[in-house]
Write a protein that binds this ligand. Structure first.
Ligand code: SF4
Length: 83
């Protein structure tokens, strides 16, 4: 699971979030680009290519895409237990 204590500062409030690339526990975003390719309505890249949640899902389709992105992230940098 992603590190809730090291969220990317640009995440919008809500349950989905990404972990900041500075996280030292091995769950920091490595800027692979997968989540913002899979769910471009909900994830964006910052200036360094690290992902953040730009919009929480608003329907079933977006929810599924966010969940799929979370399940596919190679370093478990995406969580869905945020606030
Ligand atoms: S899938 Fe994971 S590692 Fe890749 S850009 Fe998204 S949060 Fe970062």
């Amino acid at each position: 699971m992603a590190n809730k204590d090291m969220k990317h500062p640009e995440n919008v409030a809500g349950k989905f979030y990404t972990t900041d690339s500075n996280d030292m526990s091995g769950q920091g975003c490595i800027s692979c680009g997968l989540c913002y390719s899979m769910a471009p309505n909900n994830f964006q890249a910052d200036d360094m290519g690290a992902a953040f949640v730009s919009k929480q899902p608003i329907d079933e389709n977006e929810e599924k895409l966010c969940q799929d992105a979370m399940d596919s992230c190679p370093v478990n940098s995406i969580g869905n237990d945020g606030e």
